[in-house]
Design a protein around this ligand. Structure first.
Ligand code: FAD
Length: 253
């Protein structure tokens, strides 16, 4: 087995690992990034259609207030653009398509009120979960012993079936998995870290505000993240990076 030498070894070439490698390299450290998969980017993955159109399969938007990500993108020479929000919205609910403009869908007002109330309850519960130590929330054990799906399904929290369906859709979208598989405590921690449910699902002023021109992974020619990507992806490696000695590692000097 090859032996790798480095001052710092980073496990995982997702954006966190790559950003850490970039900062450490700027600080003059020799860094190795180890990646288990045959590509870098982790949960950020942009596929290009034959005509060059980028399709983001994972991490996509830079949210309002994601100042460090915006600054990093700028530093990388990447441009961003606003999420397009003109026109009507469509919502498929119970097999029926609802077309509406603005933020409030034209559905049963009681169901809308019900959703709003449940969201405020969740926002309030989330505010009780410490960001740096969620396990220290007063009700941490109680909330971790149930799923966000079970919470939504309780008639105490959402009384109408429509409200339950809408809440399930919101959390499916947030977690990319069935709410029945997500701890309530984890969901609350995420809501708190994202500010609120409204922010998490919002476009302008919310989590889905800006996109990167060319896709989230950025153009391989953009530097210096593009540089890090070239180091890990392409052969031969450029600059002072050595060709990876192990197929899934790259040295960044
Ligand atoms: C579908 C989807 C949509 C999203 N949309 C957004 C969005 O719009 N905006 C936003 O801000 N965020 C979004 N996210 C979240 C965002 O993509 C992630 O928070 C972020 O990419 C996580 O980066 P990371 O480096 O921390 O982890 P990861 O991207 O998970 O990277 C970890 C890397 O480590 C590797 N690894 C793990 N274990 C080992 C090991 N033992 N040895 C070697 N390698 C290992 C993995 O293969 C992976 O490449 C989305 C996520 C998904 C899945």
């Amino acid at each position: 087995m090859d032996q790798l030498q480095a001052e710092v070894c980073i496990v995982g070439a997702g954006f966190a690992g790559l950003a850490a490698a970039y900062k450490l390299k700027q600080a003059g450290q020799a860094v190795r990034v180890l990646e288990a998969r045959d590509r870098i980017g982790g949960k950020v993955y942009t596929q290009l259609l034959p005509d060059g159109t980028p399709i983001n399969m994972g991490g996509t938007w830079l949210g309002a207030g994601h100042d460090r990500m915006h600054a990093l993108a700028k530093e990388m020479g990447l441009e961003t653009f606003r999420q397009y929000v003109q026109g009507d919205n469509l919502m498929l609910l119970g097999g029926k398509v609802h077309r509406y403009s603005g933020t409030l869908p034209r559905i049963n007002p009681l169901a809308l009120f019900d959703v709003g109330l449940a969201m405020q309850m969740l926002n309030w519960m989330a505010s009780q979960v410490p960001l740096d130590a969620p396990w220290e929330a007063e009700k941490a054990h109680e909330w971790d012993a149930q799923t966000i799906g079970a919470w939504i399904d309780s008639r105490w929290h959402a009384t109408t079936t429509t409200a339950q369906k809408m809440l399930r859709t919101i959390f499916c979208e947030l977690f990319m998995s069935d709410p029945a598989e997500v701890s309530l405590l984890h969901a609350l921690h995420l809501i708190h870290s994202l500010k609120s449910i409204e922010w998490a699902v919002g476009a302008v002023g919310g989590a889905q505000q800006d996109l990167v021109v060319g896709g989230t992974r950025g153009s391989p020619s953009a530097s210096p993240l593009g540089w890090a990507m070239r180091c890990a992806c392409e052969r031969p490696c450029v600059g002072s990076c050595r060709r990876p000695t192990a197929s899934r590692s790259s040295e960044i000097r």
